[in-house]
Design a protein around this ligand. Structure first.
Ligand SMILES: *[C@@H]1O[C@H](CO)[C@@H](O)[C@H](O)[C@H]1NC(C)=O
Ligand SMILES: *[C@@H]1O[C@H](CO)[C@@H](O)[C@H](O)[C@H]1NC(C)=O
Length: 277
C-alpha cells in the first residue's frame, strides 16, 4: 500500500511539464542578476515548448525532498539547478545585484503563457545553498493572476521584492551571497526561478573554521531524508550510468532517468494490484 502511494506521488514527474515563467533580471542597489540557467539567447516572442519554454524553471517541494533537484528546481533544457555552481558562475560573469538591509529588488519575470502568471512568492536562503527552510520576503506589484493563471503571454512583468530589515548573507566563495527564490502557485508548476544577490552592509561570513558552521537539521528531518535517499538510490545509480552511456547532460539525465525508473515502479505497482487476490 505504501509502495503504491509512493509510486503515485512520483507519477507526477512522468507528465511532461511545460514550464512557463523565467526570471530575466533582478536589479539591486547596483548591478543586475539573472535567473540561474536562464539563457539570454532563448527567444521570448513565442509560447512554444521549444524554444520558448526551455529555460523556464519548475520548483516543486516534492522533487526537492526526493533529492531529484535542489531548492531551486530545474529547467527543461538543463535539469537540476546546482545552486553552488550557478552562483559561482554568476559571480565570475559579474552578473550580481547588490542588496542592503531593507532594500528593494526590481525582478523582471517573463510570463511565457497562461500558467506563468502570478501571484509569485519569494523567499531567501542567507547561506546561499544550505537551508531547507527559506525566509519569506515581501513582494509588491505582483504579476497579475490567480492560482498562477491568467490570459497574459509572452509578456514581462517587474515585481518588487523587499529584503528584510535584518539579515546577513554568508554564502558562496565571497562569503556574502544570499539566494532569492520566486515561484508562482500554478498546479502544473510552481514556476519561477532563483538568483543570487550580494549584500554590501552585512558582516558576511566571518568565521572560516569548520566548527563554526551553524547550519543544522533536526534528527527527524535527517532520518526521513535517509529513508528517502535509500529508496531513491537505485534509480539514481541507473540514471548516472545512463548519463555515462549517452555522454550527455548529467542533470537532465538524472531527471529523465528517475522518471523512467519510476515509470517501471508504477507498472510494477499496477501489476501488484492486478495480481493480488
Ligand atoms: C522572435 O525572436 C527571435 C530572436 O529572439 C527572432 O530571431 C525572430 O525573428 C522573432 N520572431 C518573430 C516572429 O518576431
Ligand atoms: C570560530 O568559531 C569557533 C567555533 O564556534 C570558535 O571556537 C572560534 O573561537 C571562532 N573564532 C573566531 C575568530 O571567532
Amino acid at each position: 500500500m505504501y509502495f503504491h502511494a509512493t509510486s503515485l506521488a512520483l507519477a507526477a514527474l512522468i507528465t511532461t511539464v511545460h514550464s512557463h515563467a523565467a526570471i530575466l533580471a533582478a536589479v539591486g542597489d547596483k548591478g543586475q542578476s539573472q535567473g540561474f540557467l536562464v539563457d539570454p539567447e532563448i527567444a521570448r516572442n513565442c509560447t512554444t515548448i521549444s524554444p520558448c519554454q526551455q529555460d523556464a524553471t519548475i520548483i516543486r517541494d516534492s522533487e526537492i525532498s526526493q533529492n531529484i533537484v535542489n531548492a531551486c528546481g530545474r529547467t527543461e533544457l538543463n535539469g537540476n539547478i546546482d545552486i553552488g555552481e550557478q552562483t559561482e558562475n554568476e559571480l565570475a560573469a559579474g552578473r550580481m545585484a547588490t542588496v542592503t538591509k531593507g532594500s528593494m529588488l526590481a525582478v523582471t519575470i517573463h510570463q511565457v503563457n497562461a500558467d506563468g502568471a502570478g501571484p509569485f512568492e519569494c523567499d531567501m536562503d542567507e547561506t546561499s545553498n544550505a537551508v531547507t527552510t527559506f525566509t519569506p520576503l515581501k513582494v509588491s506589484n505582483n504579476v497579475p493572476g490567480t492560482f498562477g493563471l491568467s490570459q497574459a503571454k509572452e509578456q514581462d512583468f517587474v515585481i518588487n521584492v523587499q529584503m528584510p530589515d535584518n539579515f546577513n548573507c554568508i554564502g558562496a566563495s565571497t562569503g556574502n551571497i544570499c539566494t532569492v527564490r520566486c515561484r508562482n502557485n500554478a498546479v502544473a508548476g510552481p514556476f519561477g526561478g532563483c538568483f543570487a544577490v550580494q549584500q554590501t552592509d552585512g558582516t558576511g561570513r566571518t568565521n572560516a573554521s569548520a566548527a563554526a558552521v551553524g547550519t543544522s537539521q533536526t534528527l527527524e528531518g535527517i532520518s526521513a531524508q535517509i529513508l528517502q535517499n535509500q529508496k531513491d538510490l537505485p534509480a539514481a545509480i541507473a540514471a548516472n550510468q545512463a548519463a555515462g552511456a549517452a555522454g550527455g547532460n548529467e542533470g537532465a539525465s538524472a531527471i529523465s532517468g528517475a522518471c523512467l525508473i519510476q515509470y517501471h515502479l508504477i507498472e510494477a505497482s499496477i501489476d501488484m494490484k492486478l495480481t493480488s487476490p
